[in-house]
Every structure is written in C-alpha cells, then in structure tokens.
Design a protein around this ligand. Structure first.
Ligand SMILES: C[S@@+](CC[C@H](N)C(=O)[O-])C[C@H]1O[C@@H](n2cnc3c(N)ncnc32)[C@H](O)[C@@H]1O
Length: 249
C-alpha cells in the first residue's frame, strides 16, 4: 500500500482543511475522553503524574492538552501538519507547560526525553515502511523505564460499518446524534472517503504490530481496551526490550 504521504495522499489531506468530526461537540467530546484515557495510562506508569514528561506525536488539534498539561510535568505536542501546528500555537503557545515542536525539532531532542510518548490514530495514515521508521525514531526518545502508547490501530478485519456503529453509539452518549447522521451523509461524499478508497488505511493484526515494535527494539503489549471511543480498534503499550520495565518510580 502506498504511504499516502505524497502531495495527493494522507499528508496532503491533513495539511488541508481536514475534519473527521461531525461538529464541535463531537470534537470536544473526543479530545476530553482522550485526555481522560491518556491521564489514566500515565497514572498507571508507577510514578507521580507530576513528574511525567509526555510527547503527543500526531496530536491533531489536542483540544484538551491544557487539562493534561495541568496534571503532568510537561507536555510536548507535535504534528506534521503546518495547519495543525499553527492552531496549536494559537491555542497553547503562551503556556510554559506545553511545547509545540515540528518533526525536525522532535528529531533533534536528546535521547530518553519522555516518560510517555503517545501516537494515537496516526499509524493508519502512514505506510508500513514509514511506520517502522517513525516508531524507531520515537523509540530512542523513551526513557529506559518509559512507555510508548500507540492507540486507535486498525485491525485487518475492522470494517467501515463497525466504525459507523461506534460513532453513532458515541453520538448517543454525547448527544450529537442528529449531527452524526448528517455527518455520515457528508462523509460518504468527502475527500476522506475518496482517499480511504484510493490510498487505503494501514492495518495491523496484534502479531504484525508486535513485529513492528520489535523492529524498533520495543516490546508491545496489547491493552485490554483501546483509548478513545472505538473499542474495536487496538491499543498497545510499548516498552524497551532491554529497558528496566519493572523499575520503581
Ligand atoms: C486522526 S488525527 C489524530 C489526532 C490525535 N492524535 C487524536 O487522537 O485525536 C491524525 C493526525 O496525525 C497527523 N499525522 C499524520 N501522519 C503523521 C506523521 N507521519 N507524523 C506526525 N503526524 C502525522 C495528522 O496531521 C493528524 O493531525
């Protein structure tokens, strides 16, 4: 499968006026739940939240970043889309507990900079080869007893109908059902659907994902439940194969 990261692929899509949310309420609810899940995973690392340095890579608009940053030591946000970076700078640029870095600045960071690196809902837009490079380049930034959380990974068997069902269930819970139904009609004729049909989305079985992690000297453990609203997608917690996985805080 093509990476879709050319001028007409996923990279260009995210650079443009992309929206995968049916309305503002949907987007806010998504980022609120994601922040809760990220804080829950961070709290499970076995060290005080207030000492955790977190990188959210491919963070998107990160609407609840302020809530995360207020609880941890420092939050670094990074996204390849210039449009997204500009929005982050407007929203969080004046906060001392949030840094906004482009991919080059992330690549220039010293080793072992983070307790937790989050890569959520990104790998489906990246070719398998590029994903190997990406996970390798992020792996060196994880502290020896740190973790990488890769979430919203699409398994091979997951169909678009299940995604639709989960969106509607989320919409019922968060009370944006009418907008969700209208959004689904719009989505059917959107650039996202055309690109999904033409370029495709990269998918991983548990075995394939563990292999990807191993290629970066990391060990991936599947979480019992995905982070975010769709339980049919997969999440993995990755640690260094040769790291101090049971190190005390
Ligand atoms: C579906 S959004 C996910 C945003 C956020 N992580 C979340 O869970 O809501 C995908 C994001 O990944 C970013 N992205 C795609 N490919 C990327 C790459 N190779 N490196 C960094 N960010 C990437 C896009 O710009 C977009 O903002």
């Amino acid at each position: 499968m093509s990476s879709g990261n050319g001028t007409t692929g996923w990279r260009a899509y995210w650079e443009g006026d992309a929206s995968v949310y049916v309305n503002t309420r949907h987007k806010i609810a998504h980022y609120q739940h994601l922040a809760d899940d990220l804080l829950r995973v961070a709290a499970g690392l076995g060290r005080p939240l207030g000492r955790i340095d977190m990188l959210d890579f491919g963070c998107g608009e990160a609407l609840s970043a302020d809530r995360i940053a207020a609880r941890i030591h420092h939050l670094t946000l990074s996204d390849t889309s210039q449009r997204v970076q500009d929005g982050l700078a407007r929203r969080f640029g004046d906060r001392k507990d949030v840094s906004i870095l482009d991919a080059e600045a992330v690549a220039a960071l010293p080793d072992a900079a983070f307790d937790l690196i989050v890569v959520n809902s990104v790998l489906q837009y990246v070719s398998p080869d590029a994903a190997t490079e990406l996970i390798r380049s992020l792996a060196r930034l994880v502290k020896p007893d740190g973790r990488m959380l890769v979430g919203d990974v699409l398994p091979p068997e997951l169909g678009a109908l299940t995604d639709v069902r989960e969106l509607l269930a989320f919409a019922v819970r968060e009370r944006f059902l009418v907008a969700a139904l209208a959004g689904l009609v719009r989505t059917a004729a959107s650039d996202y659907s055309r690109l999904r049909a033409r370029v495709g989305l990269t998918r991983y079985s548990v075995v394939a994902f563990k292999r990807l992690a191993r290629s970066a000297d990391l060990v991936a453990e599947p979480l019992q439940r995905n982070i975010g609203h769709n339980p049919h997608r997969l999440a993995f917690l990755l640690s260094r194969a040769n790291g101090d996985r049971d190190a005390p805080p």
